[in-house]
Write a new protein. Structure first.
Length: 127
C-alpha cells in the first residue's frame, strides 16, 4: 500500500530534538493530549480482556475502534533528546508524514509530524 493520498508528497522537517524532561503533546481532533514523561509510551485502544496488555494512552474517546486503531498500535521511545516512533504490528498500519511504517521499525519523530494510526490523524508537538 502506498502512502496516504490525502497527505502532501513533501514534508517540511520540524525540530528533531525535545528537551529531556519536556512533554510531547498530541493534537487529535482539535484536542491536545500531553503524554507522560516516560522513556516509552504506547498508544492504542483499551480492551479489558486484552492478553497482550493495555496501552499507556487509550485513544478510544477519539473513535479509535471505528477508525481502525489496534489495541497496541504504536510505541514512542525517547532516546536522550530524540524521539522515535514504531508501529507495533498493528492490523491497519501506521503512516508517518504519508509513508507507511514497517512494523517494529523505529523512525525518528519530529515536531509537527503527522501520524495516521489507521485512519486516526495525530499531529505531534514537542512543547
Amino acid at each position: 500500500m502506498a502512502g496516504n493520498p490525502n497527505l502532501p508528497r513533501t514534508w517540511t522537517a520540524g525540530e528533531v530534538t525535545v528537551a529531556e524532561r519536556k512533554p510531547i503533546v498530541l493534537e487529535i481532533d482539535g484536542e491536545y493530549l500531553t503524554l507522560p514523561l516516560a522513556d516509552v509510551v504506547t498508544l492504542g485502544r483499551r480492551y479489558d480482556h486484552a492478553p497482550e496488555g493495555q496501552p499507556h494512552i487509550d485513544l478510544s474517546r477519539f473513535g479509535a475502534e471505528e477508525l481502525g486503531v489496534s489495541r497496541l498500535h504504536v510505541r514512542l521511545r525517547r532516546k536522550g533528546i530524540l524521539v522515535y516512533v514504531a508501529d507495533m504490528g498493528s492490523l491497519n498500519g501506521t503512516h508517518l508524514n504519508g509513508r507507511r511504517l514497517i512494523p517494529e521499525g523505529e523512525r525518528l519523530l519530529r515536531d509537527n509530524d503527522e501520524l495516521y494510526l489507521s485512519r486516526l490523524r495525530i499531529r505531534v508537538h514537542f512543547s
